[in-house]
Design a binder for this molecule. Structure first.
Ligand SMILES: C[C@@H](Nc1nc2c(c3cc(-c4cn[nH]c4)ccc13)C(=O)N=C/C2=C\CC1CC1)C(C)(C)C
Length: 325
């Protein structure tokens, strides 16, 4: 039957109204949950299969109670906003947010599944990437940073564990936008740096702190340049096999960062060494690229990247990562 809903204008029949309805919200029963992929501080990321499309997804599940207790509502909001902006920005260099839904106890974020996991095991397995691999993968990370910074989003926690690899071995940057470095127990605990702070020194080993920039430790300022410092650490690690700043004690680790106390192993690629030296600069305003806008042209034109075509990286077959036999 014809339903006159807009005062004699174009008639709407029932079937047209139904077609205008949004896709019904998903719910947990639309997915078969599989293995735990990883744990955040207030969330768990599962591998899951959508029973309607048979597609694999990563679903980040957050406990509402825990978010409230740990006062992370603002952070979850920021991360979702960043994910939304990025998912609609058309770049394939980031994990995509497909949909979100909730039930009484939890929030669910359905994201793209990076079939080949994160970059760290590849660096550890081969001990060190050859120049072609380092060029390609650090080049993809640079493109991702250009895209992020263009959208005024800073990653703030760039590290190999957050650089994921899709089925074609192209990168997908994960876990961005949430400025979680400061809040999380396993993150930087800066309070130990002010000597006069009565707080006990926390001697918990910090995984995240290896890539933290000096300005975050001193002025507590965050800028896109902090991501360039992390890029410098990652390029060093791709070639040396380990990050430049390492220590069992958090305090010594921060001291090494603030004193730029690191060394290049023998045989370190000379061009890469020159590039890393221009990124691991204490003053964020003096790092290579900080004066660039739109694209990091001064990094793209560094000799280490001679011959690399940045704009076709995402459609180029990645070089194989050779395991040392
Ligand atoms: C960095 C993150 N690790 C991971 N986050 C995500 C993965 C992911 C996949 C594997 C993997 C795939 N096969 N084997 C391992 C290993 C680690 C992963 C994925 O596929 N899709 C989206 C992800 C994250 C979305 C982002 C909002 C958090 C932590 C450690 C925080 C769980």
């Amino acid at each position: 039957q014809v339903v006159q809903v807009n005062g004699g204008g174009q008639s709407l029949t029932a079937d047209k109204i139904v077609n205008m309805m949004p896709v019904t919200k998903r719910n947990p029963r639309d997915y078969i949950f599989g293995k735990v992929i990883g744990e955040g501080s207030y969330s768990t990321v599962y591998l899951a299969k959508d029973i309607h499309t048979n597609r694999e997804h990563a679903i980040k599940v957050c406990e509402k109670q825990q978010i409230i207790r740990e006062k992370k509502r603002e952070q979850v909001r920021r991360e979702k906003d960043a994910l939304n902006i990025l998912s609609n920005s058309g770049s394939s260099l980031f994990v995509k947010l497909y949909c979100t839904f909730q039930d009484a106890e939890r929030l669910y974020f359905v994201m793209s599944y990076a079939k080949n996991g994160d970059l760290l095991p590849y660096i550890n397995k081969v001990g060190s990437f050859d120049a072609a691999c380092t060029r390609f993968y650090s080049g993809e990370i640079l493109r991702a940073l250009e895209h992020l910074h263009d959208l005024n989003i800073m990653h703030r926690d760039l590290k190999p564990e957050n650089i994921l690899l899709d089925h074609n071995m192209h990168i997908k940057v994960a876990d961005f936008g949430c400025s979680k470095i400061l809040e999380q127990p396993d993150a930087v605990d800066k309070s130990i740096l002010d000597e006069n702070n009565p707080r006990q020194r926390s001697n918990s080993f910090v995984g995240t702190a290896q890539y933290v920039s000096p300005e975050l430790l001193t002025e507590k300022t965050i800028s896109p340049s902090s991501d360039l410092w992390a890029l410098g650490c990652i390029i060093y690690q791709m070639i040396a096999g380990l990050p430049p700043f390492r220590s069992r004690s958090e305090y010594m680790l921060f001291k090494k960062i603030l004193n730029l106390d690191y060394v290049y192993p023998d045989g370190f690629n000379a061009d890469a060494k020159d590039l890393v030296q221009k990124l691991l600069v204490l003053d964020p305003n003096e790092r290579l690229g900080t004066k660039d806008d739109q694209r990091y042209t001064s990094i793209r034109s560094h000799p280490f990247y001679n011959g690399l075509d940045f704009d076709t990286l995402h459609v180029t077959n990645p070089p194989p990562i050779y395991p040392y036999l």
